[in-house]
Design a protein. Structure first.
Lengths: 262, 637
């Protein structure tokens, strides 16, 4: 089939960007959206033009590298699907697809469909872990974890850090991402000793990175390719509020946010 | 060259403890004076960087992705083995060791494998403590399953996302050290050369993939954990960015490359659907626990699978291997699928596929149980193929998945260049000629968490480090050679894209150095690779410039290295006149088509030394001896 791709082209952060339309023939319904971009890029290269920059790696929906807005929806129209797994059979002859990068102040533009998502690493850096050095661990079965708790933890831990939640949120909030990690570790016995400190630090870093506030709209969970539930945000808020009462004295200092580094 | 593997003398059970005790230690106060470079942030690299940072070393960790959490370890689905014997079913360190040596078809180093089995239990403990949400029983204890042909249940898992969860554990430990200031994370940066000064590895030359800037990083030791090279085949289950460049540049600086022809073809992948295809998708091997593999008895049977009656189906693995059935090791399962398709029994549009059928399991266990076990995999299959595996059998075909070969290392994981250590899939040591399922995660984490922290200390404590700075001639030479290569690639401006060359190269390697190899075919392949390579250097076109994000340029450098590697793989496969594990030479098979080893002549590690651009590489042999597991013909019948 034949399609038109309307793609955001921007050389770098300092130059202005604009949409450019490209006609793509011979689109096979079995292709993924990224393979469709591959085909376009091959033809651009042979025409002496600069190919479209987009991020991708595993192409099986787990690494979290890929992602852009497809007709205004993060990762496109299919639920629970990353762009690399979205097959072209969901579109039809003559369709026009608008592709644009994640847009959020905390994700500075790099090029075309590529943005800088290091702010998410900073949130993890701010206590998104259990502080256990290599070699200190007791036997695996010394820490019992009920199946329901393990399942709840795993549901939250499935987050791939793609940033779709931020891109979909009208406030560009990273609450779903942050709440997912707080829930993953916060419900497990291993995560208890640092539970309050973790919530305080991660939320402080999230705010420092200029992500917006959560106003419970729910677009984030709607586009999340791993369908992380909204309740993780409630968990985050609860842990944060509890921690704010008990640990006021050691309020964490965030590291320099991405927007101030670039 | 005499290869000294530095295996401690005495019993294998005591070897690692003895080695640890004999190792020199770095005084805690001196650790921060030592700088280390870790290339790669996957299970091996991430675990190493985090653990070395915890010890107090000054660590720089590099990855080419935008974040260390993207490393390809994340895509591992099935699980991680450990000799815990929680299920009380006869597992032991010795059995895991035995199975791994046998599964590797007696081409792995016994002492390394034994150590891996010994350490395996500690890995699970460490990951649990980090908060990895492993599957649990209702009572709260860890769940195990049998996996990939093992007759005991030794595999720990986190749904179908075990690699992701283990990697996130390592990544979080790494970020903790980043916060502590002991590790500097340098993402979106690719290592392009190794700096060797007076025979010691002293740093790397890297390129910032956003700005194109070349940077020099000097250190006391360099640790490569840059993964495998399956992407030499173009189509593989590896992530698109996975490449051999870091290892290859180290090889060209004097590190030996061992067993390059040992590649693993995974039996359960989704078949190729068209020539635009950019990669192959793996369906976890765990599916073989409950799925039955078959083809129609009639060649080219046009009927849909559900209309083919039971007695017209050939469950060929159950027929040929009654005791292991659908759970034979990967190499055996893959080869049989290829054989059925080559004989014309293949299914699907291309005829390159066999059925993996869950009807019987769904009947026996109910759809709910099957959904609980494999739901996410079934969804993934349906998303890609638009077919519902609950109703119609999956179609699967083998695809390249893992490379057992890699840079040669001794027992301390040091390469033939002092100060260059190699971990995880990038080294060669533990899997022999065929890796067992759920063993890659185990090896990556064992190397990263529990081996390198000891062995690198030993090296640092017993070596002198003369001052090296950017003005050193060796540094300048490396910088110039990297720059020249990039400029050359940009200046050719030919008529073919990098991908078109890569596809063609991959097809040659797959056809002649894939699942089945012959001397004649390999010789032909070497000629074809050389011809294509010379065309590459005169007719490739790389758009854009070297001073911003330019994926074509990144790929161009990696494909240039794949050309050279492909040739070495064929030479290695040609040298090894036997069949073993994933290396199947058609001339060497038993009467019933199984791999025929030749222990008298080929019980060695083939370690190749680079001798210059126009000279043939030199073959060095590390003899393999088996004191604990007596080599036998593998039989899964």
């Amino acid at each position: 089939m034949k399609l038109t791709l309307k793609i955001w082209r921007q050389k770098n952060r300092n130059e202005k960007g604009a949409f450019v339309k490209y006609a793509v023939d011979n689109v096979d319904p079995e292709m993924s959206v990224l393979e469709c971009l591959d085909v376009l890029n091959e033809s651009l290269i042979l025409r002496g033009e600069v190919p479209v920059a987009f991020e991708h790696d595993c192409r099986e929906g787990i690494c979290g590298s890929c992602g852009f807005m497809i007709n205004g929806v993060a990762h496109g129209p299919e639920r629970g699907t990353t762009a690399c797994q979205l097959s072209m059979r969901h579109f039809k002859e003559g369709d026009e697809l608008t592709l644009e990068p994640w847009r959020a102040k905390a994700f500075p533009m790099v090029k075309d469909l590529v943005v800088n998502r290091r702010a998410l690493d900073h949130i993890i850096e701010a206590s998104g872990y259990v502080s256990v050095a290599t070699g200190q661990a007791p036997d695996g079965n010394d820490i019992l974890v009920g199946k329901e708790v393990a399942d709840q933890s795993m549901d939250a831990a499935a987050c791939i850090g793609c940033g779709a939640c931020v891109a979909a949120c009208p406030n560009a909030s990273a609450a779903l991402f942050t709440g997912a990690k707080i829930t993953h570790l916060g419900v497990l016995p291993q995560g208890q000793p640092e539970r309050e400190r973790r919530a305080l630090s991660m939320v402080a870093q999230m705010n420092a990175e200029v992500f917006g506030n959560c106003t419970s709209i729910g677009e984030c969970t709607g586009v999340c390719p791993k369908e992380i539930p909204l309740e993780v945000i409630a968990n985050m808020n609860r842990d944060y509020v509890c921690a704010s009462f008990t640990r006021r004295e050691d309020f964490p200092t965030p590291v320099t946010p991405v927007v101030q580094r670039t | 060259m005499k290869l000294d593997a530095r295996i401690p003398s005495g019993s294998i059970q005591e070897a690692w403890a003895k080695a640890c005790f004999d190792m020199k230690l770095v005084n805690p106060a001196n650790k921060r004076k030592h700088s280390l470079i870790v290339v790669g942030s996957g299970l091996a690299g991430g675990a190493a960087a985090a653990s070395l940072g915890e010890l107090g070393y000054n660590v720089k960790c590099f990855c080419f992705q935008d974040s260390p959490r993207r490393a390809h370890s994340i895509a591992a689905q099935g699980g991680i083995n450990a000799a815990k014997n929680y299920p009380n079913d006869g597992e032991s360190v010795f059995r895991l060791f035995y199975d791994t040596v046998k599964g590797g078809d007696f081409r792995a180093r016994e002492a390394n494998v034994y150590r891996l089995a010994q350490i395996s239990g500690k890995i699970i403990d460490q990951c649990v403590a980090q908060g990895v949400p492993f599957a649990r029983e209702y009572g709260g204890s860890l769940t195990n399953r049998s996996f990939g042909g093992a007759q005991v249940s030794r595999t720990f898992y986190a749904r179908g996302q075990t690699g992701q969860q283990l990697l996130l554990g390592a990544y979080q430990a790494l970020e903790r050290q980043v916060h502590a200031g002991s590790v500097t994370m340098i993402p979106r940066t690719e290592m392009l050369d190794l700096i060797v000064v007076d025979g010691q590895a002293r740093g790397i030359v890297a390129r910032n993939l956003i700005t194109g800037e070349f940077t020099v990083h000097i250190a006391d030791a360099v640790i490569l954990a840059s993964g495998g090279y399956s992407n030499v085949y173009y189509l593989s289950t590896n992530a698109k960015g996975s490449n051999v460049t870091a290892s290859w540049r180290a090889y060209k600086r004097g590190a030996l490359f061992a067993n390059p022809c040992f590649t693993q073809i995974h039996p359960t992948c989704i078949p190729v659907s068209g020539d635009y295809q950019s990669k192959l998708t793996l369906m976890s091997e765990s599916l073989r626990n409950d799925g039955r593999i078959w083809v129609p008895k009639k060649k080219g049977d046009p009927r849909p699978p559900n209309q083919i009656p039971e007695d017209e189906r050939d469950y060929y693995l159950e027929r040929r291997y009654p005791s292991f059935g659908n759970l034979v090791p990967r190499d055996v399962a893959s080869r049989n699928a290829k054989a059925m398709c080559d004989e014309g029994f293949g299914v699907g549009k291309s005829g390159l596929g066999v059925y993996l059928d869950f009807a019987e399991s769904i009947h026996r266990l109910g759809e709910k149980t099957v959904r609980e076990r494999y739901g996410n995999l079934f969804d993934m299959y349906q998303r890609i193929t638009d077919e519902d595996p609950y109703k119609t059998p999956m179609r699967i075909y083998p695809a390249v998945h893992y490379t057992m070969g890699g840079l040669w290392v001794d027992y301390q994981l040091q390469s033939t260049i002092p100060g260059l250590f190699v971990l995880g899939e990038a080294n060669f040591s533990d899997h022999g000629a065929n890796r067992l399922g759920a063993s890659a995660l185990m090896q990556g984490l064992s190397d990263g968490y529990f081996i390198i922290p000891y062995t690198v200390g030993n090296y640092l404590a017993s070596t002198k480090f003369p001052k090296v700075d950017e003005s050193n001639p060796a540094v300048q030479e490396a910088l110039t050679s990297v720059r020249t290569k990039i400029d050359k690639l940009l200046s050719i401006k030919g008529n073919r894209t990098v991908d078109s060359f890569h596809r063609e190269l991959g097809k040659i390697v797959w056809d002649y150095c894939g699942m089945a190899r012959t001397a004649e075919g390999l010789k032909l392949a070497i000629g074809k690779i050389r011809t294509l390579r010379s065309e590459y250097w005169t007719n490739v076109t790389v758009p854009g410039s070297g001073d911003d994000l330019n994926e074509s340029l990144e790929k161009a450098g990696r494909v240039a290295d794949f050309f050279e590697l492909a040739e070495l793989m064929c030479m290695d496969a040609l040298d090894r006149n036997e069949s073993c594990g994933g290396h199947f030479r058609e001339e060497y098979q038993t009467a019933d088509g199984e791999a025929q080893r030749d222990d008298d002549h080929y019980s060695y590690v083939a370690a190749w030394a680079y001798k210059g651009p126009d000279a043939d590489p030199e073959l060095n042999k590390e003899p393999l001896t088996f004191e604990y597991v007596h080599p036998s013909q593998r039989s899964y019948k």
